[in-house]
Ligand binder design. Structure first.
Ligand SMILES: [Zn+2]
Length: 555
């Protein structure tokens, strides 16, 4: 799309587009949930009925939804740890290296995948109408940024691509004249326009003028921007966030969490109480009397300054020892009902806690389509999804969006590095998500082997177990996969193998001595040697055993 000067003038004078205004509002609320920014102001507005002390407490104790949201969004990490997936550069070997070198650090010193994981995932949740933007400076250097909707005035989009873009203006004061500069990018040009007072005009009319010396050719041939969202809002032409469905409930949660915290701090202590103790200065009279001249019978009196006239001690610290007089013969002994503790309402406290936990679980279910189980042997683990399928479906959707972002950045860098406007790569992120706990898989695997399930299923389960156990350690995973392929008769026990009449003697020995041989291998051997080399070495190992064990048959 090409923007004429009239187009630019129209959009700039129209101000921020209604879609961008709606997008900013959405981003502000999401940001409050995810990072806690603005949560205090939001709650203050909500709780105008709070008394002053409560407001002061809240200032000090403000606890936002951050922790809950970090919990709710944790499954998103799996997008980047999933197995499988591929990057097809569609290039010859020497060109691939060139493109690879150009994307080792695209933003914040990170490569594409790490930048998407460390920075963009959060932006995708908070501000789905913001853009990934690849910029080419006058020296030919490329950089990638996420531009939030607060920095965008208007764009024309098609799906996730941007056909023309105007950034929000930047105000500058030059010789007492206020001007606002706008960067405008379309398929052909990268221009700067300025809004300024019309010369020789005193009525305040403004004009739009292009700053011609700042005009650049757009080398990409398209606007190098990609809108990160992927859920269409049914009512206006913007993207909703992954968390839009839970926005209202999350606001309630924010409220509950903060009230609970305040209740705990302000009401969470046991309160000390005691019956009044007589003031030691006035002996409970509340006033002091004395004779003006000792013995003349003229009594003066004044209010006791120690107790203020109350007759009992005004300040009692719970650590003070309280002296309870021994009762006279005809008196009732008040002990021990002279002091004690009132415990806080655990009931309300528990109710708040239960409520917050229930809401959190409900939000999880809305987001991921399933609930989760906590506990098991590893208490610190995220827990286990009750139903893995809906989680995987949602992850696949989001994974697809992130594959497209990766491809977009890679293509932009490829186009400039190779000087080929038609360059296109193909990126597909893996979708083999490890949603289960390796211990659980192992348990099922053990049960399945006892029950003599099909060997193919056992084989698949073993593969799944290795994926789960080593999901964050590719080297260890490769080692284990290699050795698992060599292990003889993995689904049979040594006794079963030895008792078999159809298994050759040599293969039986392999089964018996496999673990011994495996343990003799060094890490380096396991990593460097091929599967064939390792099988050959196992054969040699077995031969030495034959001789020592005297089972060598002479032909
Ligand atoms: Zn007193």
């Amino acid at each position: 799309m090409i923007l004429t000067k009239d187009d630019v003038e129209k959009y700039i004078f129209a101000g921020t587009s209604p879609e961008i205004i709606a997008s900013r509002k959405l981003a502000k609320e999401n940001n409050m949930h995810v990072t806690g920014k603005g949560a205090r102001e939001y709650l203050e507005k909500l709780d105008e009925y709070e008394n002053n002390n409560q407001k002061i407490l809240r200032e000090k104790l403000m606890k936002d939804n951050k922790a809950v949201f970090s919990f709710l969004l944790r499954p998103l990490d799996k997008i980047f740890s999933a197995k499988g997936g591929s990057i097809n550069y569609n290039l010859k070997e020497e060109e691939i290296q060139k493109v690879k070198d150009s994307v080792t650090e695209v933003a914040d010193g990170l490569n594409i995948k790490r930048y998407l994981k460390k920075v963009v995932v959060q932006k995708y949740i908070i501000d789905p109408n913001g853009i990934l933007f690849v910029d080419l400076d006058e020296f030919g250097d490329l950089s990638t940024t996420f531009e939030p909707t607060t920095k965008i005035l208007w764009y024309k989009k098609r799906g996730n691509t941007v056909e023309a873009l105007i950034f929000e203006g930047e105000e500058r004061e030059e010789d007492t004249i206020k001007r606002k500069y706008y960067r405008v990018i379309d398929d052909k040009l990268d221009r700067i326009f300025v809004v300024e007072p019309k010369p020789n005009d005193t009525t305040g009319v403004k004009q739009v003028r292009e700053v011609k010396r700042d005009r650049l050719t757009n080398f990409f041939g398209f606007v190098p921007a990609f809108i990160v969202g992927d859920i269409k809002n049914p009512n206006i032409d913007i993207f909703n966030s992954f968390i839009s469905d839970i926005n209202e409930e999350a606001k309630d949660l924010l409220h509950d969490v903060s009230i609970n915290k305040i209740h705990k701090i302000s009401q969470g202590y046991a309160k000390y109480w005691q019956r009044p103790e007589a003031c030691t200065k006035c002996h409970g009279e509340g006033e002091l009397k004395w004779e003006a001249v000792p013995g003349d019978g003229m009594w003066l009196e004044k209010v006791c300054e120690s107790c203020g006239g109350a007759g009992y001690k005004q300040k009692v610290s719970p650590s003070d020892t309280m002296i309870v007089p021994v009762p006279e013969k005809d008196e009732n002994d008040p002990a021990p009902n002279v002091a004690g503790y009132v415990n806080p309402s655990i009931e309300i406290w528990k109710k708040y806690d239960d409520n917050i936990k229930a809401t959190r679980d409900y939000l999880f279910q809305v987001l991921w389509g399933t609930t989760f189980e906590q506990g098991g042997r590893n208490e610190t683990a995220t827990g286990r999804f009750i139903d893995v399928q809906p989680v995987q479906d949602r992850l696949r959707d989001i994974s697809h969006t992130f594959s497209l972002m990766h491809q977009f950045i890679l293509d932009c860098y490829g186009i400039i590095t190779l000087r080929r406007k038609d360059y296109k790569s193909f990126v597909s992120y893996g979708t083999r998500y490890v949603s289960e706990n390796p211990d659980e898989i192992l348990k099922t695997l053990m049960e399945a082997s006892r029950d003599k399930v099909s060997d193919v299923i056992l084989h698949d389960m073993r593969a799944k177990y290795f994926f789960a156990e080593y999901q964050n350690d590719d080297v260890e995973l490769a080692k284990k996969q290699k050795i698992a392929r060599i292990e003889p008769f993995p689904n049979m026990s040594v006794t079963e193998v030895m008792g078999s009449e159809i298994i050759k003697e040599e293969d039986k020995l392999k089964k018996v001595y496999f673990v011994g041989w495996y343990c003799s291998l060094t890490d380096a051997e396991l990593i460097m040697k091929t599967e064939d080399q390792l099988i050959e070495e196992l054969n040699i190992f077995i031969k030495t055993k034959k001789v020592k064990d005297g089972t060598q048959q002479t032909a």
